[in-house]
Design a protein around this ligand. Structure first.
Ligand SMILES: [Mn+2]
Length: 447
């Protein structure tokens, strides 16, 4: 695995160089200074919040915890990395650069986090930073001291780079594959903990141990939900005590590998029965949706197909008393499935440029679907999630009962299944010309 992603890295860096050169030229910049970011401290205290580098910096370099470093990209030149390695005895400074990535950069190990300013003035003596010859990318407060705000994260340049990030390079796919494999291993351990009757807290800790991540290394806060908690879409707690009876378990959890994320959801029932059957039906439906993915597919259409399929399940399991088609038209399917079907995935869990076309213009969401995060036509190299869900969400059910025809819903059936919360099944797929490569299912299968 290691060999695999490292062998793709030289081409990845060459590709980065090309895409930045093109974008800089199109936007009339001589260079870009990409800053990794600076740690943030709690107010009037010396506690440092968990640090996450600027994703534009991470797209060049696998330096997942390197604050106050900066990369200078000048067309036609080897990129210069100001590698911040302070002399510090309170914290452990970053280790020396490793050859597999470092060989592709001109590296300046710096003790002064502002060394890049001197180099910038030396390398580009004619550049007038106030006139925007150099674009600065990042959110470190130090950038504001040198750059006019107009040239800090200029929108046109950012949009062009974001669009290039929608098509992953082989290096990026290899990292995301590694990330999926780590997460699959941890998911299996979490399932085991659930079957043993563990609490949400215990399951979460077993997950972390299995993938050898700290909480801060996770791409997003794990959702570890037992019973009705799984109907809370972004359930944020981990109860210390196990419930008297564990009926169901929803886990939405990923990993990171060189900052590339996985984002996987599975749902389990403790015992056979109707909820377990509903999980199986959702799983088959999720596989059918995944089977539709290929280059050229309009993702909006797939999201709408998911609504039809969920409405059909609601009808088959007698949860609603109206035909599936009517449930889609009236919005009743949205009571049970109120989120979007998925999103781009990459250096960010909700990766960039899901809602614009290749010219940078907005692509509207379909009417009545305000939470969809991806509206594009899919292209080979896109990596995205497919995550339909079906939940018994008290406030949404109540709203329907108050504002629509209460007889549309089979309440006795809903009451029977509500203690199980809900179901979501989420895979990560790489779009190919003729279909897709399901990183998640393969990772589980090959464990
Ligand atoms: Mn997701």
């Amino acid at each position: 695995m290691e060999q695999n992603y490292q062998s793709h890295y030289p081409t990845h860096v060459a590709d980065q160089q090309k895409r930045w050169e093109r974008a800089l030229e199109a936007e009339d910049f001589m260079a870009a200074l990409i800053h990794s970011g600076s740690p943030i401290q709690s107010f009037m205290d010396d506690y440092e919040y968990d640090f996450r580098p600027n994703p534009h910096f991470l797209s060049w370099l696998p330096l997942t915890r390197h604050a106050d470093s900066a990369l200078l990209v000048v067309p036609g030149q080897k990129p210069v990395l100001f590698y911040y390695q302070p002399e510090d005895y309170w914290h452990l400074p970053p280790a020396d650069p490793e050859a597999w990535w470092a060989d592709h950069f001109e590296i300046e190990v710096v003790r002064d986090p502002l060394q890049w300013q001197k180099r910038l003035k030396k390398d580009l003596p004619d550049a007038d930073l106030k006139l925007g010859d150099v674009a600065a990318i990042g959110d470190s407060p130090v950038l504001g001291e040198l750059f006019d705000s107009k040239w800090l994260n200029p929108k046109g340049l950012i949009t062009r780079i974001h669009l290039t990030r929608t098509r992953k390079t082989p290096y990026e796919v290899a990292c995301m594959d590694a990330s999926a494999r780590l997460a699959a291993r941890a998911h299996v351990e979490a399932e085991r903990a659930f079957m043993e009757g563990c609490s949400e807290y215990e399951i979460h800790m077993r997950y972390l141990a299995a993938c050898r991540h700290t909480d801060a290394q996770l791409p997003y806060h794990n959702i570890v939900a037992l019973n009705a908690n799984s109907a809370v879409l972004h359930y944020q707690h981990r109860e210390l005590r196990a419930p008297d009876q564990s009926l169901s378990f929803l886990i939405d959890a990923g990993c990171t590998f060189n900052a590339y994320t996985s984002d996987i959801t599975r749902t389990y029932a403790r015992q056979p029965g109707e909820f377990a059957e509903l999980i199986s039906a959702m799983d088959a439906m999720q596989r059918e949706l995944t089977g539709q993915v290929c280059a050229g597919l309009d993702y909006k259409g797939l999201h709408l197909l998911a609504h039809r399929r969920i409405a059909e399940l609601l009808e088959t399991f007698k949860l609603i008393k109206v035909p599936a088609e009517e449930a889609v038209v009236t919005g009743l399917s949205g009571v049970f499935y109120p989120h979007g079907m998925g999103h781009f995935l990459g250096l960010q869990t909700h990766d960039v440029a899901g809602l614009i076309d290749n010219d940078g213009n907005d692509i509207d969401r379909p009417d009545g679907h305000p939470f969809l995060r991806l509206t594009r036509e899919l292209e080979a190299g896109n990596v995205l999630t497919i995550e339909p869900g079906l939940y018994f969400i008290e406030p949404l059910l109540k709203k329907w009962r108050d504002e629509h025809d209460a007889n549309d819903i089979n309440w006795s059936k809903v009451d029977e299944l509500a203690p199980y919360g809900g179901i979501r099944i989420e895979d990560n797929v790489v779009v190919t010309e003729g279909g897709c490569d399901n990183l998640t299912r393969r990772a589980f299968a090959e464990l």
